[in-house]
Design a binder for this molecule. Structure first.
Ligand code: WTA
Length: 635
């Protein structure tokens, strides 16, 4: 598939096109980086000035209770004021904010005015149902505009949204509802995926049964199939939106800059999901600045971030970032290759997409279908491409560059995390690119690759990726568990005050950073972040399983797939039927994305003397590699 002329070369360098540099928002990366370094607080204050504040800050950054940093202390704002309210007072009122295409082919579009009105209406509905500032609202829906409206409506009235990706199932949802203690759930009857209905409401019903803290469920009608509606608990969204309470006027709640905006659960090292908390003030500054620098959003652009709003990429770069910048975005509901492998390319042609931001797994998946599918379409509207979620292998990079971007469009390989709120290491359109490297840190971001003692690694040597200075988009805590926040991110280099990313990386001679992958118990499957512990506890919740260990094993398309090792309880025999049953069990407990590609039954698991499973050993065995240092092994 890949042209032989494009055989891998390690020192490949792609210089930016002159015209792209001339038009780029950041024309001189070095200068902007230096400016931020000179005075970090002044630099961020300057970015913050571009937004609306009900009241200005007294201080840009308060380090007094580090690592509980505070940004724009004393300022009053609301992110939705910047994302919607201020635009309807300008010519942008009539600009298209959102274009939606459903998988079946239905289309809708929302001007800023319409999106603002719908948000106001739903915000009033939520208020009338008793939702107040600081309350947590859980959202579990497919990729439709109502998901975005629900998020914005929560933020508008100061409620904290907790969006759960539609690929999670019963127990995963129940755990997240429980942790957030949300009393209201917004869901939909179903979602379209590969021509089938994903029965979201059925899954939500089961989750609510397991976490009865939910008192009210609001249901968006999307697929229209028969569902159960619980009297006194469940309400149709469209019914509520047609009531007089759904007035189209709603003032944005005045929030403190440090008031919580959302919780987003992500995987960590224990089975308990980690609620990453972001706030109104710093986050809005960070996502809008970074989006402007990296994707160079202009009013004429038609921008498409093909992620799911249920993950951080969607929160920051489908919902908040683009709306703050007044951009026009596309939201597509379904699978990339449905009904044919040209669906995405057809969307780009049909809507004149200028910027495409997606994940390596999608690129690799679509690459497999061959060049004929994209070549059938006119993709000349594209001017910038982006990648996120895992390292992009040079072969996929080159295909993306050559076949999709026609060698005209630079690829923004953005490295960041749920915790960082926005891009951290990424090119801007005016810098030279190396396939497979996210290049260098963005202005205001101070990263390094260091060994376990904190000594910087020389070029070419692997080490821990750390961030040395706070930034406005950083997580503020782990919801309800400040100790875990300190322990997880700030303890390894406590004396230096550095943030531990959990990734390993290396730098090259030019200071370019090459992220290798996670060095903790997090697995990236198709770019989705999963924790070994959550899948393992899903497995042992099955009556046949006594103990389980899961690992990630490299896969050509998905980046990694999951292998599971199970010790059975006495009285249970290994069989293919049991294997299938366990897969089905995980599908329900955690979600379809967490289903292991392979389940092996075993009598023992490699463990340390303290009883910790040595996943490194399992991984080496699965890959047929040397097992390394086994001195701590006690099998
Ligand atoms: C990985 C996704 C290499 C990394 C925004 C990180 C990447 C984790 C890249 C966070 C990239 C993300 N190159 N690796 N461009 N982007 N990662 O929280 O391991 O879902 O720690 O956030 O994804 O995943 P999360």
């Amino acid at each position: 598939m890949v042209d032989e002329a494009f055989a891998p070369v390690t020192s490949e360098l792609y210089m930016p096109d002159e015209e792209i540099v001339r038009n780029a928002y950041v024309q001189d990366y070095e200068a902007l980086y230096a400016e931020a370094q000179q005075n970090l607080e002044e630099f961020w204050a300057k970015q913050a000035e571009k937004l609306h504040w009900f009241q200005k800050w007294d201080r840009v950054l308060d380090r007094s209770q580090a690592p509980f940093f505070k940004w724009f202390v004393g300022a009053k704002t609301n992110i939705v004021y910047n994302a919607l309210d201020r635009h309807v007072k300008t010519w942008r009122k009539n600009k298209v904010a959102l274009i939606f295409e459903g998988e079946p082919g239905d289309q809708r579009s929302y001007s800023y005015w319409r999106l603002w009105k719908e948000t106001n209406k739903f915000a009033n509905v939520l208020r009338s149902m008793g939702v107040k500032k600081g309350d947590r609202v859980t959202i579990y829906m497919g990729r439709t505009p109502e998901l975005i409206i629900a998020m914005l409506a929560c933020a508008k009235i100061g409620a904290i949204h907790s969006v759960i990706y539609g690929g999670f199932s019963e127990q995963a949802i129940a755990d997240r509802i429980e942790d957030a203690q949300s009393r209201l759930l917004i869901t939909s009857d179903g979602a379209w995926l590969r021509g089938n209905i994903v029965r979201l409401k059925d899954i939500a019903d089961e989750a609510v049964k397991r976490s009865p803290v939910i008192e009210t469920v609001i249901v968006v009608k999307r697929t229209g199939h028969e569902i159960h509606m619980e009297q006194g608990r469940d309400y149709w969204y469209h019914d509520l939106m047609s009531l007089p309470i759904a007035s189209p006027n709603c003032e944005s709640e005045v929030m403190d800059a440090e008031d919580p905006l959302f919780i987003l659960y992500t995987s960590g090292t224990t089975g308990k999901p980690k609620g990453v908390l972001h706030t109104h003030g710093g986050y809005q500054v960070y996502v809008s600045s970074t989006l402007q620098w990296v994707f160079d959003i202009k009013d004429e652009d038609r921008y498409w971030c093909a992620a799911d709003p249920g993950w951080i990429t969607g929160h920051s770069y489908i919902v908040y970032g683009p709306l703050i910048l007044g951009a026009t975005s596309l939201l597509y509901e379904g699978a990339p290759a449905y009904p044919y492998p040209n669906r995405w390319w057809r969307l780009i042609e049909e809507y004149g997409i200028t910027i495409l931001y997606t994940a390596p797994t999608a690129i690799r998946g679509l690459m497999r279908f061959g060049d004929a599918w994209p070549n059938r379409h006119n993709l000349s509207s594209l001017r910038l491409l982006g990648s996120v979620g895992e390292p992009i292998n040079p072969e996929a990079w080159r295909w993306y560059y050559r076949v999709i971007g026609k060698e005209r469009c630079p690829i923004m390989d953005t490295w960041w995390q749920t915790e960082t709120g926005g891009f951290m290491i990424s090119p801007v359109p005016s810098v030279a690119l190396k396939p497979g490297s996210a290049t260098r840190p963005l202005p205001g971001i101070d990263v390094d690759v260091v060994d376990d003692q904190g000594v910087p690694c020389p070029p070419g040597v692997d080490g821990n990726l750390v961030v040395k200075q706070p930034w406005p988009g950083m997580l503020r805590t782990v919801y309800g568990d400040p100790d875990r926040y300190v322990q997880q991110y700030w303890s390894q280099y406590a004396d230096k005050g550095w943030y531990l990313t959990g990734d390993s990386a290396r730098k090259d001679e030019d200071g370019y950073i090459w992220v290798i992958g996670r060095n903790d118990d997090v697995i990236k499957v198709s770019g989705y972040r999963l924790g070994t512990a959550e899948i393992e506890s899903g497995l042992v919740s099955h009556e046949a399983v006594a103990e389980a260990a899961v690992i990630g094993v490299p896969d050509q398309v998905r980046g990694n797939v999951i292998y599971a090792y199970c010790i059975l309880r006495s009285g249970y025999q290994p069989s293919d039927r049991l294997r299938e049953e366990l897969k089905e069990h995980i599908r329900h407990e955690v979600g379809p994305i967490a289903v292991p590609a392979k389940i092996e039954f075993t009598d023992t698991l490699p463990k340390t003397r303290s009883g910790k499973i040595m996943r490194r050993v399992l991984r080496a065995r699965a890959l047929g590699m040397p097992e390394g240092d086994l001195s701590t092994l006690e099998e």
